[in-house]
Design a protein around this ligand. Structure first.
Ligand code: ADP
Ligand code: MG
Length: 291
């Protein structure tokens, strides 16, 4: 399935659409600027889950910041629900570093996000309680972030991003700082939470497994300047936590295909930070196998 054409139906019903988006940043190099994103078309349906997969430095975070309305493109157009994106409670963002306020309790951290909404105290309390229930942290409402494990802190960050019931959820390598076990549990947690939500999710990772596990669609990005090199529909049945999805033939074939593509992208771009530093651990088997 291709997403080059703007889809007016998706736009009306609240999805995220990138139409031929490019952006450059000022840079001290002789060129004077660095092109971070080049001619990217993307579409996340109203309840779609799109994963951006690509090497470090290819513009993934930049694409999320564009979707959040934190920065504006030099060329092209981005719409969220048919309108230009603006930062605010309509968009939930989860970062790799949890970014919790250390002197606020779990409940206060989550309630903080409700600031811009016109809710009274009782409504705020109810929303926070419900959200902490969803992420399984009801018992920790009065704890401080330092008392929690990494996985629990990231669940607080997730609750904070979701408490405004945003139309759009932007997640930037949210589980990359977690240990493998916690990461797997958080992936299931996220799938479970998203199954009960009506939100468009744009999720960034450099993990092929994570991308396949979570996505409806995977958008593979090439090294700087970031551009789309391939789109893949993941048609594995949901809920994917109910069976051994990693053992599914489709999962295995897709992983093999994507790892090969990603590895080739990296190896043809020795300037990428991904080369050497992040290759280890992301790839399985012999790196020279299909190069
Ligand atoms: N505010 C900025 N100023 C200058 N360069 C930037 C800025 N933001 C990103 N870049 C550059 O744009 C490219 C893409 O960055 P980024 O979106 O963070 O990549 P990724 O998240 O895929 O690792 C990188 O070369 C980065 O150095
Ligand atoms: Mg990034």
């Amino acid at each position: 399935m291709m997403y080059g054409e703007p889809d007016m139906a998706a736009s009306r019903s609240g999805g995220v659409i990138f139409e031929r988006v490019s952006i450059s940043f000022g840079d001290p190099s002789p060129n004077g600027y660095v092109k971070a994103v080049d001619d990217v078309c993307l579409e996340v349906g109203r309840e779609g889950f799109v994963v951006l997969l690509g090497p470090s430095g290819c513009g993934k975070t930049t694409l999320l910041r564009l979707a959040a309305g934190l920065i504006k493109p030099d060329a092209g157009r981005i719409t969220v629900g048919g309108a230009t994106p603006r930062p605010g409670p309509g968009t939930g963002i989860v970062f790799q570093s949890f970014r919790l306020v250390p002197w606020m309790t779990v409940a206060q951290n989550v309630r903080f996000a409700l600031g811009p909404l016109k809710l009274d105290r009782a409504q705020q309390r109810a929303r926070v309680a419900e959200q902490l229930g969803t992420v399984g942290l009801s018992r920790f409402a009065d704890a401080y972030p330092r008392m929690l494990s990494g996985g629990m802190q990231q669940r607080v960050a997730l609750a904070r991003a979701m408490v405004t019931e945003p139309e759009v959820l932007l997640m930037d390598e949210p589980f990359a700082a977690l240990d493998a076990q916690t990461r797997e549990l958080m992936q299931i947690e996220l799938m479970r939470i998203c199954a009960g939500r009506r939100a468009s999710v744009l999720f960034v990772t450099h993990s092929v497994d994570e991308a396949i596990l979570l996505a409806d669609q995977i958008v593979l990005l090439g090294p700087r300047p970031g551009r789309v090199v391939e789109r893949v529909a993941v048609d594995l049945p949901r809920p994917r936590w109910r069976y051994d999805v990693r053992a599914d033939r489709r999962f295995i074939n897709l992983r093999s295909h994507l790892e090969k593509r990603l590895r080739n992208l990296v190896l043809t771009d020795p300037q990428s930070d991904f080369f050497g530093r992040r290759l280890e651990g992301t790839y399985r088997g012999n790196p020279s196998r299909d190069t």
